[in-house]
Design a protein around this ligand. Structure first.
Ligand code: SAH
Length: 216
């Protein structure tokens, strides 16, 4: 893979950042992170020229890299502060992970498809993004690493996974696309040990959150 980040790429990125500002992304740390992460390196080479359009693209294994707007919105809704422990479900290309690591969080990310897990962890390591990456089923979360300040789910979940709710700190925020074919992006706040507050943000479309690990 050609790992070049040229002035042209940087220019396209700052245009993308302006587009996100127009779409009401206001969190400076999110915009700075998107301005810094070389998204073109996270795509299959044939799509490189589209890397800085605000669109989702295939990344192999039937999956997609989320649209930059979606990555920005989810990151903004998480209200992360540097040093917080964040769990991501669905590492995919690793792009959302890189954005969160740029924002200074301690990132833990789970992917169920071994092919994507291997490719994205290698790329993130090569680019110097430090996080902890796991091949596993996001429905189970990471009990040994819990609790988390924030949890971000980047696949459409038919239900809110119970295990993930229990792995969220009191006061913590979970951002989850909820629904089967189409989803509503939900923001869930853990009020205390037993209570959660839910808010609907907007309609969205993610690939489905599936059970089990795919080893091939
Ligand atoms: N955050 C990714 C988005 C990838 S699409 C990015 O920035 O590119 C969603 C990903 O979630 C896919 O890679 C899919 O394999 C993964 N996924 C789906 N169900 C999962 C589960 N139960 N556990 C972990 N990953 C899952």
């Amino acid at each position: 893979m050609q790992q070049i980040d040229s002035y042209r790429h940087k220019g396209l990125r700052s245009r993308l950042v302006q587009e996100l500002v127009q779409k009401k992304i206001v969190d400076k740390s999110v915009l700075t992170a998107i301005g810094n992460v070389p998204r073109h390196l996270f795509l299959e080479s044939s799509f490189i020229k589209f890397a800085y359009q605000d669109k989702a693209f295939p990344i192999g294994a039937g999956q997609t890299i989320s649209q930059p707007y979606t990555v920005a919105l989810q990151s903004q809704l998480l209200e992360v502060k540097p040093g917080e422990k964040v769990l991501e479900v669905g590492t995919g290309s690793g792009y959302q992970a890189a954005v969160l690591i740029e924002m200074g969080v301690k990132l833990f990310s789970i992917e169920r498809q071994s092919e994507l897990y291997q490719r994205s962890t290698r790329l993130l390591r090569e680019l110097g993004y430090q996080g902890r990456f796991f091949l596993g089923d996001g429905y189970e979360g990471l009990p040994a690493q819990a609790p988390f300040d924030k949890i971000i789910i980047t696949a459409g979940a038919p239900v809110i996974p119970r295990a993930l709710l229990t792995q969220l700190k009191v006061g913590g925020i979970m951002i989850i696309p909820l629904g089967d074919q189409e989803q509503v992006l939900m923001r869930i706040v853990r009020i205390n040990e037993d209570e959660f507050e839910q808010e609907e943000i907007e309609a969205c479309a993610f690939v489905p959150m599936l059970n089990g690990v795919v080893n091939k």
